[in-house]
Design a protein around this ligand. Structure first.
Ligand SMILES: Cc1cc2nc3c(=O)[nH]c(=O)nc-3n(C[C@H](O)[C@H](O)[C@H](O)COP(=O)(O)OP(=O)(O)OC[C@H]3O[C@@H](n4cnc5c(N)ncnc54)[C@H](O)[C@@H]3O)c2cc1C
Length: 603
């Protein structure tokens, strides 16, 4: 079984010391009561809940999995009880409005809970987290009647929710969807169709599940312009508080690579009553409320698996004795040295550490813009936050899940053969991490969104805005020797990022395939540069604290050492990426489809 302690100290460093959330909240209306003491108490309570209630169910949930019968899905032993404790503690309403029973904390607090619960038990955490996205979508696009009927139950954790987009023949290309919504005389709609791969689509933890479904009206325009969004409950609430069946059923669950304790369902709608959210044929736009929040949540999945790999791999590497250090015994009284002395093991551990803690910086940098976008009274500040979120969300989703999986894989490798067997939990961590690169828009699609829509279609405006902010920080006076030492690498990477963008933009005018050919490497390049900026900010703070001396200096020294490792050994990956971005589409597109597999024809 994996060990896990929530990284409360690092969360405090990132949020309070690097990004100064207390000062941010002082400037935002509605956050008057969000004091450092309150936040500390909430974070500590989150840590306790995740460590005590969720960690013990992670491995057993994976082994037991979910069970389907025609009456519905049963979750693994203990899941229901953990959910009850979660709901009773008020975690479901952490950031929901007070008027619906929530605690109205700023949105960024979800990012902390998301990571802790995700490391503790990602499969379990998907049941409540999808509900939060569904609740946010109803609040943003539902009528007051729908809000009053559904939101308080979801805020209290009595009902959960899902996101129903995918159909068997369409996942990425939602314009092809077939689920039909036919108008009823009373203003509701009758939905018919079948959705697949619906996470948390059915389960036994609550009385009702509120599905957020995309479908098209019979006369809707073809493609994405004809998609509308509906709220379709598993059971329809009666006026007397009872629940009536609504033509929604779970046809089966998938048997899959990881997150086995989360039910991935076929959900059938058979004339089910649904209610329109937002305007007709504007469903995909409304769905973005759900998807953007979900994408930040999925990005954090990368941190969750990286942190689990880090904590367990470091412990193992300090205990496992194999071979002697190249520079002479470090444990002369023992039969061998601990494997943490070997440079190659340190390469893996520090790669996990620098990427995971770097991604945590990225997540809470991004989350601060969620708070500003929602709460600021200044129009210009809200717009700045929206612009940064638009640019950085696809980078975070793609980069953090790719590197989260890399970290989970290093976690397996540090354990050697023991990493590959189930006992230690490292192979489960890697299996669970893999899905994050696929759902919430595959990383290939995030990359196209970034380069095509966010960067080139805005004529570089969003990128220029971000680079300008980074350069302003670079140029600010600082006593930090670390900053002076590493600044040239960061500023060179920023300049190259802009040059590469221009190069691809010019080539794309001649050949549109150039965008798709460059996009994935461009996304990864962008992620490494964002992390370099954030590591240097963190390193500057840590250096100041080290100079002050006092308690906890090991923590800050480790930050300085990790910043140096990141700049020496991770950031240089951008040179390969720059080469593959620059080289263009030719060798990718030259091969005829028929030559991808040649010589295996049997007839
Ligand atoms: C465990 C699990 C949970 C899920 N949970 C949910 C859920 O809760 N709700 C929901 O609605 N869906 C869910 N999904 C579905 C998931 O979002 C889709 O699988 C995903 O969007 C990809 O769609 P697809 O599987 O149809 O792949 P396809 O769209 O067929 O894509 C196949 C490959 O082609 C690539 N590709 C396609 N088009 C392009 C293009 N234009 N340019 C470049 N590359 C392209 C893709 O990146 C991918 O690599 C889940 C899936 C799984 C496996």
């Amino acid at each position: 079984m994996t060990d896990y302690k929530a990284p409360v100290r690092d969360i405090r460093f990132v949020r309070d010391e690097v990004f100064d959330y207390p000062a941010l909240w002082k400037s935002l209306p509605g956050c008057e009561e969000v004091t450092p003491d309150l936040v500390e108490a909430v974070v500590d309570a989150m840590a306790t809940f995740c460590e005590d209630a969720l960690v013990p169910l992670n491995q057993s949930g994976d082994e037991e999995g979910c069970t389907w019968t025609k009456d519905g899905v049963t979750t693994p032993s203990g899941f229901k009880e953990a959910y009850k404790a979660y709901a009773e503690s008020g975690w479901a309403g952490l950031t929901s409005p007070e008027q619906y029973g929530g605690q109205a904390l700023p949105p960024s607090m979800e990012s902390v809970l998301n990571e802790f619960a995700g490391s503790a038990n990602w499969a379990w955490s998907m049941y409540p987290f999808l509900a939060k996205g569904a609740r946010a979508t109803i609040l943003a696009h539902g009528t007051q009647d729908l809000i009053d009927t559904y939101v308080p139950k979801m805020v209290a954790g009595q009902w959960t929710g899902t996101m129903c987009l995918t159909e068997a023949h369409c996942g990425t290309d939602l314009g092809m969807l077939r689920t039909k919504a036919e108008p009823n005389a009373d203003g509701s709609y009758a939905l018919s169709g079948s959705k697949i791969f619906i996470s948390s689509g059915d389960h036994d933890m609550v009385d009702n599940i509120v599905h957020i479904v995309i479908a098209r009206l019979p006369d809707a325009p073809v493609g994405t312009k004809g998609i509308s969004l509906f709220l379709v409950p598993k059971y329809l609430p009666n006026a007397d508080g009872g629940l009536a069946a609504n033509g929604v059923s779970c046809g089966s669950i998938e048997h899959k690579m990881g997150i086995n304790a989360n039910a991935t369902c076929v959900i059938n709608f058979d004339g089910a009553t649904g209610f329109l959210l937002g305007e007709l044929n504007r469903g995909l736009n409304c769905m973005f409320t759900f998807m953007n929040a979900a994408r930040v949540g999925t990005a954090i999945q990368g941190i969750a698996h990286g942190e689990l790999a880090l904590q367990n791999a470091v412990k193992y590497a300090r205990e496992r004795l194999q071979m002697r250090s190249l520079s002479g015994p470090k444990n002369p009284d023992g039969p061998a040295d601990a494997i943490i002395v070997h440079p190659d093991v340190r390469r893996m551990l520090l790669t996990i550490k620098s990427l995971t803690e770097g991604n945590r910086l990225f997540a809470h940098y991004l989350s601060s813009f969620l708070d500003i976008a929602k709460l600021s009274e200044e129009e210009a500040e809200r717009q700045r936050a929206e612009d940064l979120l638009a640019l950085l969300t696809p980078i975070a989703k793609g980069f953090m899940t790719e590197t989260g999986f890399e970290c989970a894989s290093h976690g397996v490798q540090v354990f050697g053969g023991h990493g590959y067997i189930s006992e230690w939990g490292m192979e489960q961590n890697m299996r669970d991490a893999r899905i994050a690169m696929i759902y919430e828009g595959t990383n290939g699609i995030q990359a196209l969104d970034l380069l095509g829509r966010k960067v080139l279609a805005s004529n570089g405006k969003l990128l220029v805005g971000f680079v300008k902010e980074v350069r302003a920080w670079c140029e600010a006076d600082s006593a930090s020797s670390l900053k002076a030492e590493r600044l040239p690498a960061l500023t060179a990477a920023l300049s190259q990022w802009q040059t590469l963008t221009q190069e691809v933009g010019v080539k794309a005018l001649q050949n549109p395939e150039e965008v798709g050919a460059a996009s994935f490497d461009y996304l990864m390049y962008s992620g490494y540069v964002v992390l370099a900026y954030l590591w240097l900010r963190a390193g500057e703070v840590a250096e100041e604290k080290c100079l002050e001396g006092g308690e906890g200096s090991d923590f800050y020294t480790a930050k300085l050492e990790t910043t140096r490792f990141y700049f020496d050994r991770i950031l240089p990956r951008i040179h390969t990426l720059a080469a593959t971005i620059s080289v263009g589409a030719d060798s990718l597109m030259a091969m005829d489809e028929s030559r991808f597999v040649v010589g295996l024809e049997t007839d």
